[in-house]
Design a protein around this ligand. Structure first.
Ligand code: TXA
Ligand code: MG
Length: 319
């Protein structure tokens, strides 16, 4: 049985983490499944609870840039980005320092580590109370839709984790942007901080080549780039300009007529609002009886639209 905790129960949650247990907690992006990153058994438990392939490394969460940079080697680019965007939805991949406390399994054995300082008060309080790095992937079964409420976490992981802290809905709604700075700056995942905003601080950032289904099934620089990911149970169809009565419509702006059910991402065509509602929308339509698929209206690429379209492309990819 998974304990239901609230924001007032930080001490209890930290005690569980220190004992090697797993705790779901809110961040500004999505809910994370936290474990003490120094404890190999706890980290192994994360992979087990999620059914996550062991080659896919976890992000380590810290209460401050100083704490993060004690574990990884930060250069001027990393420091400038931390100053600009932390706490916030940006993850930096940097070389592990000698004596790095984070268990090797958390980084899937790589000589780099993904680090970030989240902007959610509950997450920051939990990390401070545990007094160490918290390894946390999104708190969903591997390959599925990321959770943006505590109820979403329980839908996938009830009984498999010690506790979840209910801190309400996540304000950003898509995961952090992942930027590899272990060599030339390369974007590994679109997310809550736009590439344009990053380039305004450190200059040109490399974009990964679009990946093919063949590449998606084997080892990658960032396994989260796997093509089929964020997938609901129903098939997903993108760029819908008409919709049928047996489909659920994920609407953006004035909805198409004729759908069996409609979930509005943003009536006002606001990509920020749509990002915050994206995963809840996929889950809501997926749970609706009688539908045979989900049709998605086009979302512009601007701003957070890049992250939304990235997640939707993977949700629609061949499984
Ligand atoms: O917003 C987020 O980032 C959320 C919240 C909980 O912080 N976390 C999250 O974690 O999305 P996860 O595990 O679902 O995604 C982590 C991504 C994966 O794509 C993984 O492959 C990549 O980061 N990653 C982690 N460590 C890496 C490393 N050393 N090198 C390259 N990619 C790495
Ligand atoms: Mg994930």
């Amino acid at each position: 049985m998974t304990e239901r905790l609230g924001p007032a129960d930080i001490a209890r949650a930290a005690t569980l983490l220190r004992a090697g247990e797993l705790v779901g907690f809110p961040t500004e992006t999505v809910y994370g499944l936290g474990a003490d990153a120094r404890n190999g058994r706890a980290v192994a438990g994360v992979f087990e609870a999620k059914g996550r392939p062991h080659f896919n490394p976890l992000i380590c969460h810290f209460a401050s840039a100083e704490a993060a940079f004690a574990q990884v080697e930060a250069d001027d680019r990393a420091r400038a980005l931390a100053a600009a965007f932390w706490p916030g939805p940006l993850t930096l991949v940097l070389p592990r320092r000698d004596g790095c406390e984070v268990d090797l399994l958390a980084g899937a054995g790589l000589d780099t580590l993904a680090v970030r300082v989240p902007a959610h008060p509950v997450a920051l309080a939990l990390i401070a109370a545990m007094d160490g790095p918290v390894a946390a992937p999104s708190a969903n079964r591997s390959g599925g839709v990321s959770p943006t409420t505590a109820a979403h976490v329980l839908a996938g992981l009830d009984g498999r984790i010690a506790a979840v802290i209910d801190g309400g809905a996540c304000p950003v709604g898509v995961e952090s942007t992942v930027l590899d700075l272990s060599g030339g700056a390369v974007l590994l995942r679109h997310g809550g901080v736009t590439v344009e905003a990053i380039e305004a601080v450190i200059g040109r950032v490399g974009r990964p080549l679009p990946i093919t289904a063949a590449e998606a099934s084997c080892s990658l620089r960032s396994p989260g780039m796997m093509l089929s990911h964020y997938a609901p149970g129903l098939p997903v169809r993108l760029g819908a300009v008409e919709v049928s009565a047996d489909e659920g419509l994920l609407a953006f702006g004035a909805p198409l007529a004729g759908a069996g059910a409609v979930f509005q991402l943003s009536e006002a065509s606001d990509v920020r609002e749509a990002a915050a509602r994206l995963f809840a929308g996929l889950r809501a339509l997926d749970a609706m009886p009688g539908l045979t698929g989900i049709a998605v209206m086009p979302v512009p690429e601007a701003g957070l639209g890049a992250a939304i379209n990235d997640r939707l492309t993977r949700a629609a990819a061949p499984r």
